[in-house]
Design a protein around this ligand. Structure first.
Ligand code: FES
Length: 424
C-alpha cells in the first residue's frame, strides 16, 4: 500500500515530517515511485574503454551491471541471474567476455543474452534461451560523460529531465573542451542516515558551511584564523529546479581553485570567453549540487558521488574523483589530493557532514522526536529569475532548493509510476 505523503511534506510552509526519513513503508514506496522512475547516475564513460569493460552498481537497491557491448554501446542489466536469482557479477569492476553465474553456470554475453546452460538437455523441449536474457535497463543516456539509467521505458529524455540544471553541470563538465574523466577507483563508505539528508544538503544547504566546517576552514585557511570573511558573508545564488535538482554557489569575481597547481593551470580569461563570466564567477569553482534524486557533485573538489540508499537508516556513499581530460598528470594529482583531503572518505569536510546526518538519524526514531517537524523556511519566497543565472534562483543562504526537492519528491510519491496499473 502507498502512503499519501502530502501531510508529511509542507513545501509551501517549509516544514518536513521526520517520518519520511525513518518509516520503512515510505522507504519501500520511494523504491517504487522515486527510484524506479527517475534518471539515476550509473557511471562515467571513461570507465569503459573497450568491449567487455564492466562496472557494477545500484539503482536504488537494485543491483546493475553496466558494460560496453561488442558494438561499443553502453548497456546495463539487472545484476541477478535469471535462473535462481544469485548476484551474477560479484566484482566491482573489470573486463570480461561473458558473465557466468557462480551457482549453476548459466552464461550471459555482453548483450545480456543467455548463451549457455549446463545440462541443457534436461530442460523441457520448449525451453528457449532467448526467453531468459538478463533484464535490461530500458532507458540509458549520457550527458557529457555522465551515464544515467532509468527503469521507465518511456522516461522523458535525460536532457529534458535535467532542464536548466545542465548549465550548472556544464560549469564543471565543460571546463575542458575534451571533457572529463574519473581518476582511480570508486571510494565507498557507509553512513548512518537517510539518503535524503545528504542529497538535500547538497542541493540546498550552504548555511551549514560556516558552522559545521568551521574547524576545517580554520585548518585550510592560509591565516589559520578560521572561515574566510568571503565565505561567511559572500553573496551567491541557489538554483531551484522544479524537478528537484539544486545547486548553491558563492559568486566571486576572483573565482579560483583551492588547489594551487589546479588554480595555476586554468586560463581564466579563456574560460570566461568560452563559458561566460557568470559561470566562472559562480558554479565553476565553488558550491555544491544535487541532480535529483541521489547524484551530487562538488566542482572545486572534483567530487562526484551517489548516495545509495540501504534501508531508511543507511547510506552507502560512492565517490569518484573527476578531473579534466587535458590536465597534465601533476595537475590531476593535485586535484586528487585536494579531493581526498577535503571530501575523501576521511576528508575533513566529509567527516563533518556525515556526523551531522548520523546525529539526525540516530535520534529520529524516538516517538516524540519523530513527531517534531523540521524547518525549511529560510529564503521563503525569494525564488526569482535573476537575469544572470538560468531558471529560478534564490539567495545563497536559503532552503528554496530543499523545499523544491521535497515538493518534487512528494509529487512522485503520490503519483502512480509507469509500472502501476491502478491508482494510489
Ligand atoms: Fe545462476 Fe543458477 S542461479 S545459474
Amino acid at each position: 500500500t502507498n502512503v499519501d505523503v502530502s501531510t508529511l511534506v509542507d513545501s509551501d510552509g517549509g516544514m518536513i515530517d521526520r517520518s519520511i526519513y525513518t518509516d520503512r513503508g515510505i522507504y519501500g514506496q520511494e523504491m517504487r515511485r522515486v527510484f524506479a522512475r527517475s534518471w539515476l547516475f550509473l557511471a562515467h564513460e571513461s570507465q569503459f574503454r573497450k568491449p567487455g569493460d564492466f562496472f557494477t552498481t545500484f539503482m536504488g537497491e537494485d543491483p546493475v551491471i553496466v558494460t560496453m557491448d561488442k558494438t561499443k554501446s553502453i548497456r546495463a542489466y539487472l545484476n541477478s541471474c535469471r535462473h535462481r536469482g544469485v548476484r551474477l557479477c560479484r566484482a566491482d569492476a573489470g573486463a570480461t567476455k561473458m558473465f557466468t553465474c557462480t551457482y549453476h553456470g548459466w552464461s550471459f554475453d555482453l548483450a545480456g543474452a543467455l548463451q549457455s546452460v549446463p545440462n541443457e538437455t534436461a530442460y523441457p523441449e520448449d525451453f528457449d534461451r532467448k526467453d531468459w536474457s538478463l533484464i535490461d535497463v530500458p532507458s540509458l543516456a549520457t550527458y557529457k560523460g555522465l551515464i544515467f539509467g532509468n527503469w521507465d521505458p518511456n522516461a522523458e529524455p535525460l536532457e529534458e529531465a535535467l532542464g536548466d540544471m545542465r548549465y550548472y553541470m556544464d560549469a564543471m563538465l565543460d571546463r575542458d573542451p575534451e571533457g572529463t574523466e574519473v581518476m582511480g577507483g570508486v571510494m565507498k563508505w557507509e553512513l548512518e542516515g537517510n539518503w535524503k539528508l545528504a542529497a538535500e544538503q547538497f542541493a540546498t544547504d550552504w548555511y551549514h558551511v560556516n558552522m559545521s566546517h568551521a574547524s576545517a576552514l580554520m585548518v585550510m585557511s592560509p591565516t589559520g584564523r578560521g572561515p574566510k570573511a568571503d565565505i561567511v558573508a559572500t553573496p551567491g545564488r541557489q538554483f531551484v529546479a522544479p524537478n528537484g535538482h539544486g545547486a548553491g554557489f558563492p559568486t566571486h569575481p576572483k573565482s579560483r581553485f583551492d588547489a594551487g597547481p589546479v588554480h595555476e593551470y586554468y586560463d581564466y580569461p579563456a574560460l570566461r570567453e568560452r563559458l561566460g563570466d557568470a559561470a566562472v564567477e559562480g558554479p565553476m569553482t565553488t558550491g555544491h549540487a544535487t541532480v535529483f534524486p541521489n547524484f551530487s557533485y562538488l566542482p572545486v573538489n572534483g567530487s562526484i558521488r551517489v548516495w545509495h540508499p540501504k534501508g531508511p537508516d543507511k547510506i552507502e556513499v560512492w565517490a569518484w574523483i573527476l578531473v579534466d581530460k587535458s590536465m597534465p598528470d601533476d595537475v590531476k594529482d593535485a586535484q586528487r589530493l585536494y579531493n581526498l583531503r577535503t571530501f575523501g572518505p576521511s576528508g575533513i569536510f566529509e567527516a563533518d557532514d556525515g556526523e551531522n546526518w548520523s546525529e539526525v538519524q540516530a535520534i529520529s526514531h524516538g516517538f516524540v522526536t519523530n513527531s517534531v517537524p523540521l524547518n525549511f523556511q529560510m529564503g521563503m519566497g525569494s525564488e526569482r529569475e535573476d537575469g544572470v543565472y538560468p531558471g529560478q534562483t534564490s539567495e545563497l543562504y536559503s532552503d528554496a532548493a530543499g523545499r523544491s526537492f521535497y515538493r518534487h519528491w512528494a509529487g512522485l510519491m503520490n503519483e502512480p509510476a509507469w509500472h502501476e496499473n491502478t491508482g494510489k
